[in-house]
Design a protein around this ligand. Sequence first.
Ligand SMILES: NC(=O)c1ccc[n+]([C@@H]2O[C@H](COP(=O)([O-])OP(=O)(O)OC[C@H]3O[C@@H](n4cnc5c(N)ncnc54)[C@H](OP(=O)(O)O)[C@@H]3O)[C@@H](O)[C@H]2O)c1
Length: 284
Amino acid sequence: MTKVLLFGATGNVGKKIAAELTAQGYDITIVARSKEKAGELAAITANFKIADVTRPKQLHDICRGFEVIVSALGKSVSINDKSKPSFHDINFTANANILMDAKKNVVRKFVYVSALHSEKYTHLGYFNAHHSFSQKLKQSGINYSIIKPAAVYSAFADLIPMAREGKLVTIGKGDKKTNPIYEGDLAKICVDSIKEYNAIVEAGGKHIYTRQQINDIIQQAVNPALKIKNVPVGSIKFMLPFIKIFNSNKYDKYAFFTEVTQHHTIAPMLGEMKLEDYIKARVR
Ligand SMILES: NC(=O)c1ccc[n+]([C@@H]2O[C@H](COP(=O)([O-])OP(=O)(O)OC[C@H]3O[C@@H](n4cnc5c(N)ncnc54)[C@H](OP(=O)(O)O)[C@@H]3O)[C@@H](O)[C@H]2O)c1
């Protein structure tokens, strides 16, 4: 059995990757920041390592004995995440330290979950970190897969409580389109890519929605009686420099949300599950 070490296993994408690796017969070990966190995957695997990925010493020889590394490790984009490290600290530096250890321990394959169009928006912390690490991985000499989702369905979970309280807003006209993908479908793409050589896979769902349509799906599922407000892009862009002064992590997230909602973000349509079904299941 191929031995796989999975980082970011406790995240929305990571949990699905863990399940898919097990379903496809890999021998998996997960890395989590605490025993309690690792316990969330107890039904999938009993093999875990505890490490603080922001401390390079704790990553020393963590990859020893593994043939494949899969990393869905990244700072959360959720507005509810108040953790101190930046996108650069986690998505770039922590993954770069893992990669260094993987090279030292002659790992044969490294799969990384990046983000669609990261190369286009390198002025933003989130995309810059994804792009910079992807470049480093490509230059590492290790056989890589870089998986670039448009967005994953769980990214919209924050909008459910907002919709319940009538606080859901559409930034600008809401006419820009995207095709997010269910994390279970993305996990299959990640695991299938282990067998590929130096692959870059852009991945979206089967259905394309405008940002307004996504908000409408959520609002309809939660409480159709409440209205979604529109916020002019200009007013958010005006606020961004002030947010940056007081909280650079918050700025990175708001700048990211503002940018992605003002451009079409469409990837090859590889996913199966519909967003409507996912949201309905979550609000039940
Ligand atoms: N969400 C999207 O729409 C989307 C779209 C494109 C690409 N991506 C990328 O895909 C990757 C996975 O996304 P996701 O939605 O699964 O994210 P997630 O649910 O926030 O999971 C992130 C994972 O990274 C870990 N992590 C984050 N900060 C950490 C820290 N300081 N120390 C230790 N572990 C830390 C988390 O551990 P804990 O569980 O302990 O917090 C979790 O296992 C990310 O790199 C993300 O940027 C996401």
